[in-house]
Ligand binder design. Structure first.
Ligand code: AMP
Length: 495
């Protein structure tokens, strides 16, 4: 008879609050710098941040918010939003980040579906809230992320209170409770243009494990010597986990607020000695264009993560060849918290001819520990990792969704989540999301017949070569179609 011999180590739950508590204690004087909506720069430390997050927790508990309740946020990247991340999850409430770039109808629907009890929002969204509030009758209060002096003139939402007034009576003398690590932490909705958005409900465990994964050297490689500027918004998939990975590693955090133009980003990077930054290609395009026009160069930036949509090969080259900044292409999705793959080379790959290295790095990359992936054909069978066969990408892992919020049925297929993306995986384990011609898919799904103009290494310039009638994957692969229709509406900047 087999005996199950349990390990005899402490069963300490992986809680989100432990990340901030660690930073507060061990990197207490490390700065968090925020460009505010008002235009000025706010700076304080991890220690200050934890105190105020605790004040928020006290305030919300005082308002009667209970463990498991959802608190919505409609906010840019900034210190108050960070406090909301921790001040809600820290006592067991769920932080529901809402993407303000969705249609107002969708936002109202999402708030009601999530059953948010309070909404915290930046002053820039006052008009949006005015349009929504009446349609969200179960919201018990609207909290503006500002002080009384800056309260915007608004019509409908009641009660309306400023965040600073809410925090003011509380002293931050509060111990984070020891929560069950399987308890919900964050709620993020995917933004479909057809059908209603669907909620991905992360757990404390998945959030912390994802933060470990995101920090790995072959992922973001964060450390206490870094100054990290997430351009990716905190309202979309937790800014790729940087607000958790930074306190885990002790990296300085720099928040751009709503100042996302090239000039503002460049100036903030320079003044705060930013070493790493993450964003979608459209944001980097604005930055690179500004830099070219202004004739300026980075003095501190070492690496940049690019994802959310395919990174143009020319962008990778510009960062590296013209500015000496390592550009790392990555792939993920809301349902994966979001990190899945990153295109970093191992030591053997780094010895290969430059052209081969380039082709690898233009792909979406290899998984990090914690994510398992495979590609499957129409018949559901696994396809080979030969860089030629393509099929739907399936993933699994401790930070991958099991089922959507408020849904009984699980989307999993034999324990794997079908991403809706169509990809090849090569012998190196590098995944590449493909964009193909109709002809190929009809003829058995092999890349050898597809217009190679879209293969990594050729860039977008060859898009029209080959004379094939080119279609998006969504038009030809049923499994991908629904997903693609969704992602088309997700808007570059909004990630
Ligand atoms: P979202 O859940 O809104 O973050 O969208 C995730 C989707 O964005 C993925 O399923 C992909 O379709 C797309 N995506 C993310 N990163 C990349 C990338 N590096 N290249 C191509 N598509 C990407």
């Amino acid at each position: 008879m087999t005996i199950l011999l349990h390990g005899q180590m402490m069963d300490v739950p992986l809680t989100v609050s432990s990340l901030l508590a660690h930073a507060s204690r061990h990197f207490g004087t490390t700065e968090i710098v925020s460009k505010r909506i008002e235009g000025d720069v706010h700076r304080y430390t991890y220690r200050d941040c934890e105190k105020r997050a605790k004040q928020l927790a006290q305030a919300l508990i005082g308002l009667g918010v209970e463990s498991g309740e959802r608190i919505g946020t409609l906010a840019w990247n900034g210190y108050r939003h960070l406090e909301a991340y921790y001040g809600t999850t820290g006592f067991g409430a769920v932080c529901h980040t809402i993407n303000p770039r969705l249609f107002p109808d969708q936002i109202a629907w999402i708030i009601n579906d999530a059953d948010d009890s309070y909404i915290l929002f930046d002053t820039t969204f006052a008009q949006l809230i005015d349009r929504l509030a009446q349609r969200c009758p179960r919201v018990r209060g609207w909290i503006v992320l500002t002080d009384d002096a800056h309260l915007p003139a608004m019509q409908s939402p009641t009660p309306l209170i400023s965040y600073e007034t809410l925090l003011e009576p509380h002293d931050g003398a509060f111990d984070w409770p020891l929560l069950d690590e399987r308890q919900a932490s964050y709620l993020c909705y995917t933004s479909g243009t057809t059908g209603n958005p669907k909620g991905a409900l992360y757990s404390h465990r998945s959030t912390v494990l994802h933060a470990f994964g995101a920090s790995l050297p072959d992922a973001m490689g964060l450390s206490s010597r870094d100054s990290a500027l997430p351009v990716v918004p905190m309202f979309h998939v937790n800014a790729w986990g940087i607000p958790h990975a930074a306190p885990l590693t002790g990296a300085k955090l720099v928040f751009p607020g709503n100042h996302l133009d090239g000039k503002s980003l460049f100036e903030l990077m320079e003044t705060e000695r930013v070493t790493c930054s993450n964003g979608v290609p459209t944001v980097w395009l604005g930055l690179l264009n500004y830099m070219k026009e202004a004739g300026v160069r980075f003095s501190s930036l070492q690496r940049t993560g690019i994802g959310g949509s395919a990174c143009p090969p020319a962008m990778l080259r510009t960062f590296e060849n013209e500015y000496g900044v390592e550009a790392i292409h990555g792939w993920g999705m809301t349902e994966m918290s979001p990190i899945g793959t990153l295109a970093k080379l191992n030591s053997e790959q780094s010895q290969r001819p430059p052209e081969e290295q380039r082709r690898l790095r233009e792909k979406q990359g290899h998984v990090i520990y914690g994510v398992d992936m495979k590609i499957v054909g129409d018949d559901g069978r696994d396809l080979p990792w030969d860089g030629l066969a393509f099929g739907e990408l399936h993933v699994r892992g401790p930070w991958v969704i099991e089922r959507y919020f408020q849904k009984d049925d699980s989307p999993l297929v034999n324990g794997w989540f079908p991403t809706g993306d169509v990809a090849t995986i090569d012998r190196d384990g590098f995944m590449h999301i493909t964009d193909r011609s109709k002809d190929v898919i009809k003829s058995g799904g092999r890349v050898d017949q597809f217009d190679r103009s879209r293969e990594p290494g050729d860039g977008a310039s060859g898009r029209r070569r080959g004379g094939l009638h080119r279609l998006r994957a969504s038009e030809v692969v049923p499994a991908a179609a629904a997903r693609r229709r969704q992602t088309q509406g997700r808007g570059g900047h909004a990630r």
